[in-house]
Design a protein around this ligand. Structure first.
Ligand code: GUN
Length: 293
């Protein structure tokens, strides 16, 4: 059994990005610039955005954090998105989700210029991804592909079960794993809250990608010996022994599942660090106008 080290892999990729940014800037090119909009003070979002700003520094990117209180109107937020769409210095930007209930997330996502949509959430990027065209790919699935590739985990012809069907993880993950490429070429099954035979499906899987958001959901009786387990879960569970009062809990019951696996990602330190790293890769691509002029 091998534990997949997402933290080390992410650090290695960020070092590679920083070297490339150095080359670009030294040869007179533009330093990539990521802007992030953060609305309100959600604890998780604050942490994610802070970590994104730190990652930008590590990669040599310029970053701009734009904050609004949670009473900002949808029209005001749309106006800010428009301003960033037009700002030539900003190569890519994100609006951190979730947004307050009075704002339509879908409306905001669709207002972002798809050429600057480094989250890969705009329908144009989602559509291009699903038919295998160059585009920004949603960060978590892309980070998982990087882990599979860097650990040389074979996916071709394998049975892959994706648990969860969210727009930002489950759906794109399933699309990518079935694509004609490496990693990919897998036989993919998506299971969710209405699946009747979820346990049986998991037991037959060579690769399980758990993104269902229920702590310890995947137990040893659901795992075939030798399977590859990718844990996307990051539920905050109260933990009085921690300074901040919580710990992150994956979707997989790690202690009992790990001994059965060929590879497994831990929580934290598995998929999490790779997600921000993927955003950095998309920002570099945006700076280089790699997908769109
Ligand atoms: N909230 C949780 N994950 C993400 C993400 O990848 N991007 C944005 N913008 N918000 C998120």
């Amino acid at each position: 059994m091998q534990i997949i080290d997402g933290k080390a892999t992410a650090a290695a990729i960020k070092t590679e990005i920083a070297a490339e940014v150095d080359r670009i800037v030294k040869s007179g090119g533009k330093r990539p610039h990521l802007a992030a909009i953060l609305v309100g003070h959600d604890g998780g979002s604050e942490t994610y955005v802070k970590n994104k700003v730190i990652a930008c520094e590590q990669c040599g990117f310029k970053s701009t954090l734009i904050r609004f209180e949670s009473d900002i109107s949808e029209a005001e937020l749309l106006a800010e998105v428009e301003r960033l769409n037009r700002d030539d210095d900003v190569d890519g930007f994100i609006v951190q989700l979730p947004l307050p209930k009075h704002i339509s997330e879908q409306k905001i996502i669709e207002a972002i210029d798809y050429k600057k949509d480094v989250d890969g959430f705009h329908p144009i990027n989602v559509g291009r991804m699903s038919i295998g065209l160059p585009c920004y790919i949603s960060a978590t699935p892309n980070g998982i592909l990087d882990l599979l590739q860097r650990y040389d985990i074979k996916t071709s012809g394998k049975k892959c079960v994706v648990l969860g069907r969210s727009n930002i993880v489950g759906k794109p993950m399933a699309q990518l794993m079935m694509q004609k490429r490496t990693p990919g070429d897998a036989t993919v099954t998506v299971c969710h809250s209405h699946s009747k035979n979820l346990k049986e499906e998991c037991r037959q899987a060579d690769i399980i990608i758990a993104a269902i958001g229920i702590p310890n959901f995947v137990t040893s009786d659901m795992v075939k010996p030798g399977a590859v387990i990718i844990d996307v879960g990051t539920t905050r569970v109260p933990d009085a022994s921690r300074k901040n009062g919580f710990r992150l809990n994956g979707d997989v019951k790690f202690d009992e599942v790990a001994p059965l696996c060929s590879y497994i990602t831990p929580v934290p330190g598995g998929v999490g660090p790779m997600t921000i790293c993927s955003l950095m890769k998309n920002t570099l691509a945006a700076g280089k106008k790699e997908y769109y002029k």
